[in-house]
Design a protein around this ligand. Structure first.
Ligand code: 5GP
Length: 176
């Protein structure tokens, strides 16, 4: 499939992703059943994963969103900024941070520092995807959906310059 100037092929099917999301949701349900956790979805890329994950969480919970950005085109730009913050009081709350993909780890590292300064009761991190070969920051990830090679992916919420977020499968850039 062509998106803008690049060719992509299927890497993970929608069914494979759903299986993994359901099992993470079940584990989180056991862990947070009586804790009314606050899921914090990092926008924009994690919105599809977060919407499936919270619906596989079978206990009371709340959901919030934060928009951070560090990416332009297919490479990290180096800066991380909070574009849109959380309105909820995080003190004493059990937080579950939902990220689409951990690449260098910069985004999550920055955001976890920000969260810890607000005295939550606990912080758990969930990433659908992680690129271990690209990691540059030490970040604790409690639940990883899939470890993937250091290649550019789109679909299931992730975009390539605006396109591809609506694709149900995860696609990877093809070698030319
Ligand atoms: P990090 O701060 O860990 O370097 O990058 C994390 C963010 O970069 C992710 O939340 C995601 O928005 C973006 N990103 C990293 N790798 C990819 C990728 O392969 N494809 C897309 N579409 N975005 C990516």
């Amino acid at each position: 499939m062509q998106i803008h100037d690049l060719e992509f092929k299927i890497f993970l099917s929608a069914a494979q992703i759903q299986d993994r999301v359901q099992s993470i949701g079940a584990a989180l349900t056991t862990q947070y059943e009586d804790k009314n956790p606050l899921f914090i979805s990092i926008l924009s890329g994690a919105f599809v994963f977060a919407s499936d994950l919270i619906r596989s969480f079978n206990a009371p919970c709340e959901v919030g969103f934060v928009k951070l950005s560090s990416y332009k085109g297919t490479r990290s730009s180096g800066d991380v900024q909070t574009v849109m913050g959380l309105e909820k009081d995080l003190e004493g709350r059990h937080l579950i941070v939902v990220e689409d993909i951990v690449d260098t780890g910069r985004t999550l590292h920055f955001f976890l520092e920000h969260l810890r300064s607000q005295n939550p009761a606990s912080v758990c991190t969930v990433a659908l995807l992680c690129k271990p070969d690209a990691l540059q920051f030490e970040v604790p990830i409690d639940y990883i959906g899939f470890e993937i090679p250091d290649e550019f992916v789109v679909g299931y919420g992730l975009d390539y310059d605006g396109l591809g977020r609506n694709l149900p499968d995860l696609l990877v850039k093809s070698e030319e």
